[in-house]
Design a protein around this ligand. Structure first.
Ligand SMILES: [Fe+2]
Ligand SMILES: [Fe+2]
Length: 281
């Protein structure tokens, strides 16, 4: 299928082509500097399921105040707007990930764990690098491979074929996607990001996460690219068991000393476990 035809099918598909209304309103408001926590709280309160998820998360050990948070506005002040955005988008994305696709070989649970591990690693790297908004890196990491959900839905046979080839040849899935479909989950993810109206910074991270980018040139692309490699290296992987190396520019421009990577990988595994617990996965 041509990429343009795929774009039309995505746009017409409820539940995939569109984020739930509450989710897109929260995304837009958090991105807009003038929005107040009260406005965002009022939107979240309209969705009882989402409000209770937020309260559960705010009350998890991760935020250090178990059982103390009673209202959505308290949750927002404990977690911060950017972390609230991660929970809201994360909840919508988790539901999409859990929905049945058509591919026989695509492992949706492994996909979700890989996404979460990349998000978590991106947040850790962002903090180490002093990036202004570590939660933005978390969100970009969470959504980085979203194109594969579209493939699972609309190109199941092609995705199965790409997975089979990746396993047979022990090469990264992105290589066999290009061979089978003529494009990769990066281009397909960009279609989805456009439909969802994701903030430009996050879209850019989705577009560049497989490039060997420089931190100064594309900070979120660099953080998510490195986080993706770390997720594969820590066993939260997809496709063939390929040995993933950090691309040289990325490694240099991140400026994290080589000796720190082992500790970093351990911290990521622990952090993923905590986040999974907080999100009740
Ligand atoms: Fe990717
Ligand atoms: Fe990935």
């Amino acid at each position: 299928m041509e990429l343009s035809a795929l774009a039309i099918r995505v746009a017409r598909t409820p539940g995939l082509g569109m984020l739930p209304q509450v989710t897109s309103q929260v995304l837009r408001l958090v991105d807009n500097q003038d929005a107040s926590p009260r406005q965002i709280g009022a939107i979240i309160e309209r969705d009882a399921g989402l409000a209770s998820k937020l309260l559960k998360t705010a009350n998890s050990a991760y935020y250090g105040a178990p059982g103390k948070i009673k209202t959505v506005s308290q949750a927002i002040s404990v977690m911060g707007l950017s972390a609230v955005r991660s929970v809201v988008v994360g909840q919508a994305y988790q539901q999409m990930t859990a929905a049945r696709g058509a591919s026989k070989r695509f492992d949706r649970l492994a996909f979700w764990q890989h996404s979460l591990a990349t998000a978590t690693a991106a947040r850790v790297l962002a903090k180490l690098r002093g990036w202004r908004d570590p939660e933005e890196a978390f969100l970009a990491g969470l959504l980085h491979d979203a194109g594969r959900l579209v493939m699972d839905r609309f190109l199941p046979n092609e995705l199965d074929q790409a997975i089979t080839l990746s396993l047979e040849r022990v090469v990264p899935l992105i290589e066999t996607e290009r061979e089978v479909m003529g494009y990769t989950h990066v281009e397909v993810g960009d279609l989805l990001a456009e439909q969802w109206n994701l903030p430009e910074g996050i879209r850019l991270a989705l577009r560049r996460h497989h490039d060997d980018v420089d931190f100064e040139e594309c900070p979120l692309g660099c953080l998510v690219g490195a986080a993706n490699v770390l997720a594969h290296q820590t066993g939260f992987t997809l496709g063939a068991p390929v040995v993933y190396e950090m691309p040289p520019t990325l490694r240099q421009s991140l400026g994290i000393p080589d000796a720190q990577y082992e500790g970093l990988r351990q911290a990521i595994v622990q952090e993923v476990t905590k986040v999974q617990h907080a999100l009740k996965i």
